[in-house]
Design a protein around this ligand. Structure first.
Ligand SMILES: NC(=O)c1ccc[n+]([C@@H]2O[C@H](COP(=O)([O-])OP(=O)(O)OC[C@H]3O[C@@H](n4cnc5c(N)ncnc54)[C@H](OP(=O)(O)O)[C@@H]3O)[C@@H](O)[C@H]2O)c1
Length: 239
């Protein structure tokens, strides 16, 4: 059974990923909230292990990578799914807000990909899936930090995809539009209606819409797809 490392598993999309991959993969999760992670592990029998780490804290992340290495844990598949927003109009955005989002959504993914891909290179097989966002491509008011972090992740993925392609490792992004999770539940009813009115399919996406695409991208069936972004947004932006 292939070994898979997943971040952000306690969130809406992360749980759906655990659900669709159940039975087929040996899953290890990284989470920052022990109680949430333990509850998740009790819900999904295929989660064999977990590591606790706040990805927003580079020191914790460095310790985590040391722990993974010391335990000899090796992974065939990495899904960088954890993400945060910390919105503010650009002129009011302070460096702290900027850094907090860049650290979790971009720097942490660099560190994890850099460390975890080494085993994939040795094995000459691997799958890396990065969850980005429609905002990487369209921008959004109040989300200069978030859009930059996700656009950075798209660009990083293309470079890494080129470097690892000959080792039979694919690196792809999934760019969700408006998906019903805790991240979007903070939007007011008016904001949700305004977004909905612009979605050609007339409905909000579900975490399973994203998870099913992850399932395809980590499988053998996707073996000739690399450096790509798959957009899951009901037609909100046709990129
Ligand atoms: N929902 C959407 O409409 C949408 C659209 C585009 C892109 N996305 C992307 O999809 C991914 C999953 O988001 P979601 O919608 O499932 O949101 P969510 O329900 O809020 O889940 C976010 C996940 O990331 C984890 N996380 C956040 N900051 C972390 C940190 N510093 N250290 C460790 N873990 C951290 C959260 O852990 P806790 O449970 O401990 O908070 C949670 O598991 C994100 O990358 C997001 O940017 C979502």
């Amino acid at each position: 059974m292939k070994k898979l490392l997943l971040t952000g598993a306690t969130g809406g999309i992360g749980k759906a990923i655990c659900q669709v991959l159940e039975d087929d993969y040996d899953i290890t999760v990284i989470g920052r909230n022990k109680a949430k992670v333990e509850t998740l592990c009790s819900e999904f029998k295929n989660i064999s292990n977990f590591f606790l780490c706040d990805l927003g804290d580079q020191k914790q992340l460095n310790l985590l990578l040391e722990e993974i290495s010391a335990k000899g844990a090796k992974f065939d598949i990495l899904i960088n799914n954890a993400g945060v927003t910390n919105d503010s109009l650009f002129l009011r955005m302070d460096k702290e807000k900027w850094d907090s989002v860049i650290q979790t959504n971009l720097n942490a993914n660099f560190s994890l990909t850099n460390a975890i891909s080494k085993t994939m290179i040795k094995n000459r097989w691997g799958r890396i899936v990065n969850i980005t966002s429609i905002i990487a491509h369209t921008g959004n008011v109040g989300q200069a930090n978030y859009s930059a972090s996700k656009a950075g992740l798209v660009a990083m993925s293309k470079s890494v995809a080129q470097e690892l392609a000959r080792r039979n490792i694919t690196v792809n992004c999934i760019s969700p539009g408006f998906i019903e999770t805790d991240m979007t539940s903070v939007l007011s009813d008016d904001q949700q209606k305004a977004i909905l009115s612009k979605i050609p399919m007339g409905k909000i996406g579900t975490p399973l819409d994203v998870a099913n695409c992850v399932k395809f991208l980590v499988s053998e069936q996707s073996n000739y797809i690399t450096g790509q972004t798959i957009h899951i947004n009901g037609g909100l932006a046709m990129l």
